[in-house]
Write a protein that binds this ligand. Structure first.
Ligand SMILES: Nc1ncnc2c1ncn2[C@@H]1O[C@H](COP(=O)(O)OP(=O)(O)OP(=O)(O)O)[C@@H](O)[C@H]1O
Ligand SMILES: [Mg+2]
Length: 396
């Protein structure tokens, strides 16, 4: 997908109009039509699924939920996505942002009209600083050791460096990979220090530790046997509070598909599944894709990232495509000379080596995945790792 493509969702029950819009958009690359919804009642769930940048609603939409009541419903539910209302000259409608009508497009219109309106409301919404709802990205892998922790840390640093309030959650509850990565001492607070009944914002502030690039990190318990004290419903509560406090929440999940990992996957807006060109990973990825389908996750919830994508190791890339049923969306190159030393220091390579190819790959993935605006850059100077103000051994 080209960078900065604007994602459009159309709510339209007249097939000819939908087809006309599709045709206009096929002729250009700035705006991509992610879905056409013909039933007003379906609009909200499909918006939640696709997370479009702009929504076009036909004011003359018929059915159980008609055009203008739908616009009102979308506004009231706070979807935070600008809506353009389609109408005809006989049915004039006024632009009224307070009523959720960011713009009005009257039929007949041509491709230029459509693009100008879509880009206009999109730009207005993004410059207004409206980032929309927060996003939970659970970084998952069908096999161990493929780069989950490394990539979760580096993606989080890019997100934080571009001005998003960013949290990183150690979802590898048993082994606490992030504690290891950061060289955080066993005394550093963890999710087990949170109350189990009602969690307040101040409780959370007490346990978040500061990592590279000012990313706020929620650590897993310090010892393996403490993992069983963490319950799925605690994780759900923590994430729902975090959604209100952060723009982006990245979760470094554990490998086994247990109840806790499932909680992180269920709560995620996007599952970023890390794969590599290796037979066992590819086999497991195929099995996992069936499992996700059985659980009922829409295919669009999962994004595949091929890590060390330039090291094919005798495997045909097509085997992976067959296994997961599509091309992986993202690719990160292998660059051991950059990744390993940063990892050994508990630092993010996007900070220690911002110009390296692997760092540029991560910035590219973050831009698409988190839909960072063009021009947003990761911070370029490494920061020490501080635990509640104190600095621990791992520095960039
Ligand atoms: N793109 C890359 N280029 C070079 N080395 C990499 C790359 N990505 C990850 N690595 C290396 O691979 C190893 C495994 O990475 P990491 O610990 O992040 O994997 P993981 O999936 O979190 O593993 P686990 O299953 O144990 O949680 C590390 O030594 C890391 O430095
Ligand atoms: Mg890990």
């Amino acid at each position: 997908m080209p960078p900065d493509q604007v994602r459009l969702l159309l709510v339209e029950d007249v097939p000819q109009v939908a087809q006309y819009v599709r045709g206009l958009l096929n002729a250009q690359a700035q705006v991509r039509l992610v879905d056409v919804v013909s039933d007003g009642l379906e609009a909200l769930p499909r918006i939640a699924e696709h997370r479009p940048d702009v929504i076009v609603v036909d004011s003359l939409l018929q059915g159980r939920l008609r055009g203008m009541p739908l616009v009102k419903q979308l506004k009231d539910s706070g979807v935070g996505v600008p809506i353009i209302v389609l109408t005809v000259p006989q049915n004039p409608i006024k632009v009224d942002p307070k009523q959720g009508i960011a713009d009005v497009l009257s039929m007949p219109f041509n491709g230029y009209d459509l693009l100008t309106h879509v880009m206009g409301v999109y730009k207005a919404a993004t410059t207004a600083g409206d980032r929309g709802p927060s996003r939970i990205v659970s970084v998952f892998a069908p096999k161990g050791g493929v780069g989950k922790t490394t990539l979760a840390v580096n993606l989080a640093v890019v997100a934080a460096g571009s001005g998003l309030r960013t949290a990183l959650v150690d979802g590898s509850i048993q082994f606490g990979d992030l504690r290891g990565f950061l060289r955080a001492p066993a005394s550093a607070p963890s999710m087990l220090d949170l109350p189990t009944d009602r969690i307040a914002e101040s409780d959370l502030a007490q346990v978040m530790v500061r990592g590279p690039g000012d990313v706020e990190i929620l650590l897993a318990p310090p010892r393996v046997e403490m993992a069983e004290m963490v319950l799925a419903r605690d994780l759900e509560k923590i994430l729902s509070l975090m959604r209100r406090l952060y723009d982006v929440i990245l979760v470094d999940t554990g490998v086994s598909l247990n109840e806790l990992t499932l909680a992180f996957l269920d709560q995620a807006d996007t599952i970023l599944e890390i794969v590599t060109y290796d037979a066992a990973t590819v086999r497991n990825a195929a099995a996992m894709s069936e499992t996700f389908a059985k659980i009922g996750y829409p295919a669009s919830k999962v994004r595949y990232l091929i890590n060390r994508g330039d090291s094919v190791a005798g495997m045909e890339p097509a085997e992976l495509v067959t296994a997961i049923g599509r091309e992986p969306e993202y690719r990160i190159r292998s660059e051991g000379q950059v990744v390993a030393p940063a990892g050994n220091l508990g630092a993010a390579f996007v900070m220690t080596n911002p110009e390296a190819g692997v760092s540029r790959d991560v910035v590219e993935v973050a831009r698409h995945l988190l839909r960072l605006r063009a021009g947003e850059r990761p911070a370029s100077s490494p920061a020490p790792v501080g635990i509640r103000g104190a600095t621990v051994g791992a520095a960039g």
